[in-house]
Each structure stands twice: as C-alpha cells, then as structure tokens.
Design a protein around this ligand. Structure first.
Ligand code: PGA
Length: 249
C-alpha cells in the first residue's frame, strides 16, 4: 500500500475545496494499492467528508488543538475533527512549527490529543536549511522524534511519520526537492530511530516539492510508504497526473 496525502494548506477557499474534492472523488484508481487522503482547511472539512463519504478517500485536519473542548478562541479540537468524520490529522507540520511558533512540547500535546480522540496522527519532522548547513540534520530529527515519541501511548489507529525537510517544501511550487537517494537514506535511518521507541509498522511519508514528474522516484524507494503533497495537490491539473503516475508505476 502506498499513501498519497494531499495537504491543501491555506491555498483553497471553501468553494474551491468542494470543487476539487468532487473531482478527486471521481478519479478511478486501485484502492488496494493506493490510499488517498485530503487535508482541507477546517472551514471545509465537514463538506469534504460528506463529498467523499462513499469513496475510499479519507479526510484529515491540518492541525488540531490539544484540549477536547473549552475556552480556546479560534481553536478546533481533535475530538470535533473526529466527530466530523475525519480520520487523520497532521501534527507538527513545519509551517506550524516555524510560522506559528509551535514547540516540540506543543507538538507532543497535540499528538496525544489526536490519539485520544481516535484520529491517526501524521507526525511531521524535518530539519531547516540552517540545520543542514550546520551538520545538525540528525540532531534535529532526533530531538523532534524524542519529544514526540518517548513514552507515547498509541491508539489502535496507529501513527504515521512524514519526513519533510523544511528547505525542500515549496512556497507556491518552487521548492528544491530532496533527492530520492537522500530521502531514502534518511527514511532508513528514521525507521530505526522510530523503532527504538517501540513503534514498528509506522508508515513513513516523504514531503517537499513532490509533483507528478517526481512522485514515482519517491514511491518506488524502499522505506518510502507514501508522499505528503502540498502545492501540487491543490489543482486538479496538477494532482490528477500525480495520481495517474502513482497508479501506473
Ligand atoms: P509542497 O508542501 O509539496 O508544496 O512542497 C509539502 C508540505 O508542506 O506538506
């Protein structure tokens, strides 16, 4: 099974999200070989769940709060997201960490809240360009993993980890992807690190400037179970060929 997860970030408004989800819902692909999940904005989560309800497409949130309910203006809980019919949530996406200042401690709380609510969390980890330049890639990833995973109690719904080097993530489609060789090395190393916390069978996704042209070069790697796609998942013209490439590989 390979996973194609579409992170729409804050690219699409409600009408655009509904339109794109409707088109993706009509795509035909081997659901035994490929699992597709869409991560729209909170505004559109319920509508997208309703649209894909009779399909194999799953829906997730991009972010959840750490408390199930309460006086948290502007926040949406994992419990609400689960009740709305979503099955996944991203946790610790690099834009949450670096634009909104979320710490490893925040990430841990959100991870626990997601598990408690019955969602499958996709823990996102990745080093910055500065980390890379300073030879701190593994140090950064180790810290993110340790704070997130040490002593964590997983639910039946399991856990995914997405390796998204911050320097490879596109801003509107112009990122420099991590080479497949490099991604393969990191993924192999990550699997061992994750297993050291007692977690095996954790699907590992690669994310960062994945598109229709390069998606197969990641999916065919041993140790890469799928991809987390941002900008190239936000239009049908980009996402449909990406799905086709994945299906026909
Ligand atoms: P990108 O984003 O595909 O636009 O690089 C990936 C992500 O941030 O999840």
């Amino acid at each position: 099974m390979k996973y194609i997860f579409a992170n729409w970030k804050m690219y699409l408004d409600n009408e655009e999200s509904i339109a794109l989800a409707s088109k993706i819902a009509e795509e035909e692909y081997d659901t035994n070989a490929l699992r597709v999940a869409i991560f729209p904005t909170m505004l559109s989560l319920s509508a997208v769940v309703d649209l894909v309800t009779d399909t194999e497409i799953a829906v997730g949130a991009q972010h959840v709060a750490w408390s199930p309910a309460g006086a948290y203006t502007g926040a949406v809980s994992a419990t609400f997201v689960h009740a709305a019919g979503a099955s996944y949530t991203l946790v610790g996406h690099s834009e949450r960490r670096h634009v909104f200042g979320e710490t490893n401690a925040d990430v841990r709380q959100r991870l626990e809240a997601a598990i408690e609510a019955g969602l499958t969390p996709i823990l996102c980890v990745g080093e910055t360009q500065q980390d890379l330049d300073e030879g701190k890639r593994k140090y950064r990833l180790q810290r993110q993993l340790q704070k997130a995973l040490e002593g964590l109690k997983l639910g039946e719904q399991g856990l995914f980890v997405a390796y998204e080097p911050v320097w490879a993530i596109s801003k509107g489609g112009n990122g420099v992807p991590c080479t497949p060789e490099d991604a393969a090395d990191v993924h192999q190393w990550l699997a061992v690190e994750i297993a050291s916390y007692g977690f095996t069978d954790v699907p590992l996704l690669y994310g960062g400037s994945v598109n229709a042209q390069n998606v197969v070069s990641y999916l065919e790697l041993e140790g890469v179970d799928g991809v987390l796609v941002g900008s190239a998942s936000c239009t049908y013209e980009k996402f449909s060929p990406l799905l086709t490439a994945a299906v026909t590989m």
